[in-house]
Design a protein around this ligand. Structure first.
Ligand SMILES: NC(=O)c1ccc[n+]([C@@H]2O[C@H](COP(=O)([O-])OP(=O)(O)OC[C@H]3O[C@@H](n4cnc5c(N)ncnc54)[C@H](O)[C@@H]3O)[C@@H](O)[C@H]2O)c1
Length: 450
C-alpha cells in the first residue's frame, strides 16, 4: 500500500518507518528542510532505540522516502497519516493550526477517482475529525473539485507509543484504536495494521469522538497514577514510611498493577503535560469541572522541584557558588526528548540561586545546548560531571546511572552527597558507602546513621 505520513517527528518517523518495515511504500513529509535533507541522506534525526537500523534498511530497499512537498508526498498515497504537533496554545487548549492547515492543503490536492483516507494520529480534542473533514471538504469545494465528499474519509487513530520504546510499541501495540464509521476505512486500516496485531492484540473500532477521547483518557489516567504516587511519597516523608515498600505492597494487587507506581520528580515530555492540560480545557469548554486533573497538574509542578528544598536545607539556604553535578537531562531514559523535562526546571532554580551546574546525559545534551547554550557545562561522561562538585543530583533514570562505581563517585565529589530524584539506589548501599543520600519518599540516609 502507498502511505503518506505528514509530520516526521517522534511519531511520524516511527510510524513511517514501521509501515515501511511491513512492506508498504511510505513517503514522509515535513516542512523542516534540514530534517528532510538529513533523513533523505540516511541520517536519522531522533534517538529512538532500534529505529536507525530499520530506517536505514527500508530506505535502502526503496520503501521509505522523504520530501518537503505535500503534493508529492500524497500523490500516490491512499492512506495519509497526520502526525503533526498539537502543542498547547496560550490558554492550554490543543493548538489545531498544524492539523487544520495541512487539511486545508490536502483538500486542494484531492483528485477525481482517487479515494484517500486521512488519519489523525496526532493527539487531538474530541470533534477534531469533524473539523478536519469540514476543512478538507470546504477547501476542495473552493478549488472546484467535484463530488469531493466521495473522495475521502477522515479517521481518528490515536497513537499510544512511548518514546524510548517507540519501535517496540508500534510493532507490537497493546491495542490499535480506530475511530470511524466508514466500512471502507475500517477494511483498509485493518489490512495495514494486520501485521502488527498477529499475536491477537485487539484492533478496537469505535466512533471518531470516542477514539479521540480514549487517547486523552489514557494519558490523563497515567499522569494521575504518577501524581498519586508522588503524593504518597510526600506523605511517606512526613510520616516516616518508605514509599518503596508501599509501592510493592499496593502494586501486587492486580487491580492496581505494578507499573507507573514509581515516585520521582514528576512527569515531563511532549505528551502528559500538554494532554492533561488540554483535557482539562476540553472539560471546561463542555462545562464540566474535571477536579482530579487540576490536582494532577498542581502536584506535578510541585514535584519537579521536590529536591530543591532538600538541597537548600542541606547547604544552609546558601547555594551561591556551589557546584552541582547533574545526571540526566531527558524527561525520561532512552530518549533525547527534553520537552518539559524536570531537569530543566532544576537547572533554572539552581542557576537562580547562584549555583553552577555540570550535566551529563547520554543522548539529550545537544538538545539542551540548543536551548540554554553555555549556561551550564556539559560533561563528556557521567564521572567527568562529578569533578569537584558539592553534590550529585539525579534527574533521569538512565540504566548506566543505576550501578555506578561508588568509590569513583566519592573520589570525585567534594562532598559525598547525592540527591536522587529517581530513587535509583538502595538505602543500605548509600549507608554502607558513607553518603548523605536524599531521595523521594524514603528516609534520609545520614539521619539513619545518627
Ligand atoms: N511523542 C510522543 O511520544 C507521542 C506519542 C503519542 C502521540 N503523540 C502525538 O503525536 C503528535 C506529534 O507528536 P511528535 O512528538 O511526533 O511531534 P514532533 O514535534 O516531534 O513532530 C512533528 C513534526 O511535524 C512537522 N511539521 C509541522 N508542521 C508541518 C506541516 N505543515 N507539514 C509537514 N510537517 C510539519 C515538524 O517539523 C515536526 O517534524 C502530537 O499530537 C503528539 O501529542 C506523541
Amino acid at each position: 500500500m502507498n502511505i503518506a505520513v505528514i509530520g516526521t517527528g517522534y511519531v511520524g518517523l516511527v510510524t513511517g518507518t514501521c509501515f515501511a518495515e511491513t512492506g508498504n511504500t511510505v513517503t514522509c513529509v515535513d516542512i523542516d528542510e534540514d530534517k528532510v535533507n538529513n533523513l533523505s541522506s540516511g541520517k536519522i534525526t531522533i534517538y529512538e532505540p532500534g529505529l536507525e537500523k530499520i530506517f536505514q534498511r527500508n530506505q535502502k530497499e526503496g520503501r521509505l522516502h522523504f520530501t518537503t512537498s505535500l503534493a508529492e508526498g500524497i500523490k500516490n498515497a491512499k492512506i495519509i497519516f497526520l502526525a503533526l504537533p498539537t502543542p498547547p496554545d496560550g490558554d492550554g487548549y490543543a493548538d489545531l493550526n498544524f492539523v487544520l492547515g495541512v487539511s486545508l492543503n490536502i483538500g486542494k490536492l484531492l483528485q477525481k477517482h482517487e479515494y484517500k483516507i486521512i488519519i489523525d494520529k496526532s493527539t487531538v480534542p474530541v470533534g477534531t475529525a469533524g473539523k478536519v473533514r469540514n476543512t478538507i471538504l470546504q477547501s476542495a469545494n473552493e478549488a472546484g473539485i467535484e463530488n469531493a465528499e466521495e473522495l475521502f474519509d477522515v479517521v481518528s487513530n490515536p497513537e499510544f507509543l512511548r518514546e524510548g520504546v517507540a519501535v517496540e510499541d508500534f510493532m507490537k501495540p497493546d491495542r490499535v484504536v480506530i475511530g470511524t464509521s466508514s466500512e471502507r476505512s475500517k477494511k483498509l486500516l485493518g489490512e495495514i495494521y494486520a501485521p502488527f496485531v498477529r499475536q491477537g492484540n485487539p484492533i478496537i473500532y469505535m466512533d471518531e469522538k470516542s477514539a479521540e477521547l480514549t487517547k486523552y483518557a489514557a494519558n490523563a489516567f497515567l499522569a494521575t497514577k504518577i501524581s498519586f504516587m508522588n503524593e504518597i511519597a510526600q506523605l511517606c516523608e512526613k510520616l516516616g514510611a518508605d514509599v518503596d515498600m508501599v509501592r510493592r505492597g499496593i502494586g501486587s494487587d492486580a487491580r492496581i498493577g505494578k507499573r507507573f507506581l514509581f515516585p520521582g520528580i514528576g512527569y515531563g515530555g511532549s505528551c502528559f503535560p500538554k494532554d492533561v492540560k488540554a483535557l482539562s480545557k476540553s472539560a471546561q469548554q463542555a462545562s464540566y469541572d474535571f477536579k482530579i486533573l487540576e490536582a494532577v497538574m498542581e502536584v506535578n509542578e510541585n514535584q519537579k522541584v521536590h529536591l530543591l528544598p532538600k538541597i537548600k536545607t542541606y547547604f544552609n539556604n546558601d547555594l551561591k557558588g556551589k557546584k552541582f553535578a547533574l545526571w540526566g537531562l531527558a524527561f525520561k531514559p532512552n530518549t533525547d526528548d527534553i520537552r518539559e523535562a524536570p531537569a530543566l526546571r532544576i537547572i533554572d532554580e539552581l542557576l537562580c540561586e547562584g549555583a553552577s551546574v555540570t550535566a551529563y546525559d547520554p543522548e539529550a545534551m545537544s538538545n539542551v545546548k540548543k536551548i540554554i547554550g553555555e549556561k551550564i557545562i556539559f560533561a563528556a561522561n557521567q564521572y567527568e560531571a562529578l569533578d569537584n562538585a558539592d553534590a550529585l543530583i539525579i534527574a533521569t533514570e538512565w540504566s548506566e546511572f543505576r550501578t555506578p562505581d561508588f568509590n569513583k563517585i566519592k573520589s570525585l565529589l567534594k562532598n559525598h552527597v547525592i540527591f536522587d530524584g529517581r530513587n535509583l539506589f538502595e538505602l543500605y548501599q548509600m549507608e554502607d558507602g558513607g553518603f548523605h543520600y536524599e531521595s523521594v519518599g524514603r528516609a534520609v540516609v545520614s539521619q539513619l546513621l545518627k
